[in-house]
Design a protein around this ligand. Structure first.
Ligand SMILES: [Zn+2]
Length: 116
């Protein structure tokens, strides 16, 4: 019944236009279809890996909580604020910071004080 229909479509893999015999055809050839299938499978794999890296980041944050001294960067990560915010807090005296050479360090307890 539907064997006579001809639909001009754009191949979802190579982008070439082609004549499709059914409305569900997405690719111009079997080659494109299988290549796109492999690509999709690879993307799925990447997405499965992604949550692991997020977990690893949270783990690092846990480690920061146990440190006595934090760098500006670590403080930013821990509080989820920008470096500017931290520097402003140091300047205004809300957070006391020390210096080792050119590195600014913040005592963990200074951050705890913010919540008292
Ligand atoms: Zn194609």
């Amino acid at each position: 019944m539907s064997s006579n229909i001809e639909i001009r479509k754009i191949c979802q893999d190579c982008g070439n236009s082609f004549i499709a015999r059914t409305t569900v055809t997405k690719f111009c050839s079997h080659k494109c279809a299988s290549r796109n299938y492999k690509k999709r499978k690879r993307d799925e794999k990447i997405q499965q890996v992604a949550p692991v890296s997020v977990q690893r980041m949270e783990f690092n944050q846990e480690q920061l909580k146990d440190k006595d001294f934090l760098s500006i960067d670590e403080t930013c990560k821990l509080l989820g604020t920008s470096r500017m915010t931290i520097y402003r807090q140091i300047k205004s005296g809300n957070i006391k910071a020390g210096k080792i050479g050119r590195r600014t360090i913040i005592k963990r307890t200074e951050i705890d004080k913010l919540f008292q």
